[in-house]
Design a binder for this molecule. Structure first.
Ligand SMILES: Cc1ncc(COP(=O)(O)O)c(C=O)c1O
Length: 394
């Protein structure tokens, strides 16, 4: 008897108010595309999460709530087990989303007109939380070496020498899929200590790593770095819960933690979502097996996609990710002007991948494909994309 893989199950998410499937017209001008863009998965959540949320829904009263010790225990135990990082529960604060936390951190840790460093191409909201808070983006572009992104530390040092005191680190990196090694992070950390730079570490992809690559929490590197780092993260990417709008931040810096909590209170963001604790505790205490299955499945999708592209459209070149479920693909070999790539993708390939140019000027001519979908969807999207690509090359 052949066992069916639960990740092969097709969910019809159309007409469910899914941002990914039902709101793409705004961004792509069509709603009839295969949606492999925003980083949300087309897989059912772990069964334990579904059960816990259903039970909570059945209460029928959705009043104000708070996080209990069980919640903090579930987080600390997860980091100790999966990442070897020992966290004091007092270091943890809560915020609706990671982007909320990063935005507040930028506000609290810099002044208008200050430079904030990001390593580009990178997750688009990093630009907004800097610029819309009246700060200046200081780009430290990543370089492609050995078919992967690497940090340009000599260039970074010049930004620090020119006065940048705050940096947003994306670890693992979106869209490049790098799982920074401990050695790379130590070298970065040494520069931050030398120049007195504070780090906002966005580690939302920390649990999504492929075999042979281990995530190192930046703040776990040393007590000094821990004191000048605020880690912004969540269980929502790992377990496909982003609509529950719950995230947390971790900092050993007591004063920063107090200021952060106060700011959240002033903004009225200090009460958790009614379903948050139920979902997180179930995910962290009973979702481990599901996560291992997910990683295995996504790795299968990744191998499939890389092989498929190399066989059917070798003119486009993916960077093989070490983590995340995102594939960053260099499409410049198709000979389509970068300004016309979106129109071609929508009208000819009929797929919605994220446009590389949204991640910074370095992303022009690139696309980002979301591989967290049943194989049948990934395969169909690749087929459409490669067929259109072959026609474009004629
Ligand atoms: C690097 C990174 N940070 C943050 C987020 C979004 O997190 P949230 O919805 O909690 O703001 C994403 C989502 O794709 C992401 O890739």
């Amino acid at each position: 008897m052949t066992m069916t893989n639960p990740f092969d199950q097709l969910f019809n998410r159309k007409n469910t108010r899914s941002y990914k499937w039902d709101d793409m017209k705004k961004l792509f001008g069509s709603s009839e595309l295969l949606a492999l863009w925003v980083a949300d998965m087309d897989f059912g959540c772990p069964p334990a999460v579904r059960k816990a949320v259903t039970e909570r829904a059945e209460m029928g009263i959705y009043g104000y709530t708070f996080f209990s010790d069980e919640y903090y225990g579930a987080i600390t135990s997860w980091y100790s087990r999966r990442h070897g990082w020992s966290i004091d529960p007092k270091w943890i604060g809560n915020s609706p989303t990671v982007v909320t936390s990063i935005s507040i951190a930028v506000e609290l840790l810099s002044s208008p007109g200050d430079s904030v460093v990001i390593q580009t191409p990178v997750y688009p909201p990093f630009y907004e939380v800097i610029e819309d808070n009246g700060r200046i983006v200081a780009k430290n572009p990543l370089v492609i070496r050995n078919e992967r992104f690497e940090m340009d530390l000599p260039h970074l040092e010049t930004l620090f020498q020119n006065g940048a005191k705050l940096m947003i680190l994306c670890s693992p990196h979106n869209p490049g899929g790098r799982v920074w090694t401990e050695e790379e992070l130590r070298a970065l950390g040494a520069l931050c200590l030398q120049y007195g730079v504070t780090v906002i570490a966005d580690e939302i992809h920390c649990d999504l790593t492929f075999p042979g690559h281990k995530h190192t929490p930046f703040a776990s590197l040393s007590a000094e770095l821990s004191d000048r780092t605020i880690t912004c993260t969540a269980a929502t990417k790992t377990f496909n819960l982003p609509g529950i709008q719950t995230s947390y931040f971790i900092t050993a810096n007591k004063e920063l933690k107090q200021r952060f909590d106060k700011r959240l209170q002033v903004l009225g963001l200090n009460y958790p979502h009614h379903f948050a604790e139920a979902a997180i505790v179930a995910a962290y205490t009973e979702g481990e097996e599901w996560l291992d299955g997910l990683l295995d499945y996504v790795k299968g999708n990744l191998d499939f996609a890389v092989d498929y592209l190399s066989e059917h459209l070798p003119e486009v070149k993916p960077l093989r990710p070490e983590g995340t479920y995102l594939l960053w693909v260099d499409c410049r070999g198709l000979g389509i002007e970068s300004g016309k790539l979106k129109k071609w993708m929508v009208e000819e390939a009929k797929v919605a991948f994220s446009l590389g140019s949204a991640f910074g000027t370095e992303g022009a001519g690139w696309l980002r494909m979301n591989l967290a979908a049943p194989r049948a969807i990934v395969e169909q999207a690749l087929k459409q994309f490669c067929e259109a690509g072959r026609l474009a090359l004629k």
